[in-house]
Write a protein that binds this ligand. Structure first.
Ligand SMILES: [Fe+2]
Length: 607
């Protein structure tokens, strides 16, 4: 296969006259090559896109010049052992590199190729000399998995300058297409329960078949797993993954084939960074939700995981509403960003959330084996998701109870080993919005949060944004108390509701004007949470800091590794057919628009 590598917009003729950058002339001076092709191809190379390029140094001809498709620019550095390094962004199955050498027709370069998975430890793949021409020269080596390629140059047959015009890494196979083919799936793939070593890809097919998922690191889809059974609702578990890596996947089902999608696995416990997003009260299928989603999908806000804070499918949480108000409008995101959800009161309208439970594949790491509440780790953060409906009287005792959930939550928090803890649930412990503070949630779980060092509590329910000051008990924390900020992020799509009362003294920031979501980054001892509006502006910023131990005690590391090894505890994937949907509450009143979702009067809800 001949892939187009380089088509210079500054070809030889133009280069000699004018209109292009002046030939840089430090000391590795330019002499127009005698026979510079008007276009170069990379023979025997499935060209991979370079995510980043760096070098040990340069003379002003920077490393980025090797990725600009321009033969008139180059990377140059003088001396023996200088290097240029390609970062492919993910581990890939590599079979070589292709290099167009600057002045390659005048001198042969002495070079070494080495590869690495982590950017630290490199293994030599090739050592030799370049051919005497300016063509892209593909050097092949035995297939290996690597993310980084380093080209170390030790001068040439004329001098000790090292100059490369263009270079790329070559994959074992051409990357799969990113375009869907065949009939569209009635439900696009969505990621669930992504862990360090496994992930679930769920989707629906238009007819009964036994689909399969091809997957692998980067774009090398070297593994295939079958759904195992025929059906229309599928949840396929990808196993044998590595922590903190980027994987690609393609669903092949009933003659349809999705384009290449990618996601990140949960990082190791020793990871210090995480980027996640959160929002609640979004599942309307309306225009405000779409605007929020459009901003969330932008590269700057593309996170590793999304927390759904409840009221994910208005108005009644039926299966059809999950499709129309969540899976369809959010398909582009959910196929690459795993959603970890909590139940809202609207999901409880239909059979106490049964369609929600049927559509999501969540960790069920509690003695009750329920997906209604669960916890998981993602790098430095321990997330604990609660079902506040169990606390406010919406759940029958056979579904969940406050006492069982609270006992599990305490044991879970007590066993946590990660430096940051984030709790999420629907009904807010602190809110000055329409529904107000949910005092049972506050008083049943607040003491646990305080005792076990929860750093941040994320909720929804009220259709606004509100951030409390650091709270302790029923009041703002004193200077000697470790307070917890409670956030309401109920502005994900349902019609915003103005605050009816003046701002309480315990409120730090509140807003009922902007739709949006919360963007959270953790980097070592710093957590930054920002409210991003549907106009792509930052409406609020919260920064938390803490001092982390510089090195984890050996015992803690051992314990963490043991937990990682035991992370397989979850709900087994597989097709789940819904039973008939039953209501336990009356349907909520009809709304005028998709966003104008009515809430039932909470005083009428069963307690
Ligand atoms: Fe709600």
């Amino acid at each position: 296969m001949r892939n187009r590598l380089l088509v210079s917009s500054c070809l030889l003729g133009a280069w000699l006259v004018t209109g292009c950058d002046s030939p840089p002339a430090p000391t590795d001076s330019d002499f127009p090559p005698a026979a510079l092709p008007t276009s170069l191809t990379a023979p025997n190379c499935n060209v991979l896109t370079t995510n980043a390029v760096t070098a040990s140094g340069d003379d002003g001809n920077v490393p980025g010049n090797t990725q600009d498709d321009d033969l008139g620019t180059r990377w140059s550095a003088q001396g023996t052992g200088v290097w240029l390094q390609l970062d492919l962004g993910a581990v890939q199955a590599l079979t070589g590199t292709t290099i167009a050498w600057h002045r390659g027709n005048e001198r042969q370069n002495h070079f070494v190729l080495s590869t690495s998975q982590d950017g630290v430890t490199f293994t030599q793949a090739y050592a030799g000399d370049s051919a005497l021409n300016t063509s892209a020269q593909t050097t092949s080596f035995a297939s290996r998995n690597a993310r980084y390629v380093r080209i170390t140059v030790n001068g040439n047959t004329v001098n000790d300058w090292n100059s490369i015009a263009e270079t790329r890494a070559c994959a074992a196979a051409a990357p799969p297409s990113t375009t869907d083919s065949g009939a569209a799936l009635p439900r696009q793939p969505y990621l669930q329960s992504v862990k360090q070593t496994s992930a679930i890809v769920a989707f629906r097919t238009p007819s009964t078949c036994t689909p399969s998922v091809r997957f692998g690191e980067g774009t090398s889809l070297t593994s295939t797993v079958s759904a195992g059974v025929a059906g229309t609702r599928h949840a396929v578990k990808l196993s044998g993954l590595s922590a903190g890596r980027t994987y690609g996947y393609v669903v092949e089902a009933c003659g349809s084939r999705t384009g290449l999608r990618s996601f990140q696995t949960s990082p190791l416990s020793t990871a210090t960074k995480v980027h996640f997003t959160a929002m609640g009260d979004f599942g309307t299928g309306g225009s405000a939700q779409a605007k929020v989603m459009a901003v969330m999908a932008q590269p700057a806000w593309r996170s590793e995981l999304l927390l759904a804070l409840g009221d994910n499918a208005y108005p009644n949480g039926t299966d059809a509403e999950f499709q129309a108000h969540l899976f369809t409008p959010m398909a582009g995101l959910l196929r690459e960003v795993p959603m970890f959800a909590t139940l809202g009161n609207h999901e409880y309208v239909t059979n106490q959330g049964q369609p929600y439970l049927d559509n999501f594949y969540l960790p069920a790491n509690n003695p009750q084996g329920t997906e209604r509440y669960y916890s998981f780790d993602w790098g430095p953060v321990h997330f604990i998701a609660l079902d506040s409906n169990c606390v406010v009287g919406l759940a029958s005792a056979d579904r969940c109870t406050l006492s069982a959930q609270r006992a599990w939550a305490e044991a879970d928090l007590a066993a946590n080993t990660r430096p940051w803890v984030v709790a999420l649930f629907h009904h807010p412990s602190w809110s000055s919005g329409e529904h107000g503070s949910q005092l049972t949630m506050r008083r049943q779980f607040g003491p646990l949060f305080e005792k076990y060092g929860v750093d941040l509590v994320l909720t929804g329910h009220d259709h606004d944004y509100e951030r409390s000051k650091p709270m302790f008990g029923d009041a703002v924390a004193s200077s000697t108390q470790r307070g917890i900020p409670y956030l309401v992020v109920g502005s994900g799509g349902a019609t915003l509701r103005p605050f009816a009362t003046s701002q309480p003294a315990w409120t730090a920031v509140r807003d009922a004007v902007a739709y949006g979501f919360l963007d959270v980054t953790v980097d070592g001892g710093t957590l930054v949470a920002r409210l991003i509006t549907s106009s792509n502006t930052v409406r609020d910023t919260l920064t938390l800091t803490k001092t982390l131990p510089t090195t984890a005690p050996a015992q803690a590391r051992v314990q963490a590794r043991a937990l990682e090894a035991a992370e397989g505890q979850d709900t087994p994937p597989g097709p789940v057919e819904d039973g008939p949907e039953r209501r336990v509450d009356s349907p909520v009143p009809p709304a005028d628009t998709a966003e104008s979702v009515a809430d039932p009067d909470e005083r009428l809800l069963p307690r």
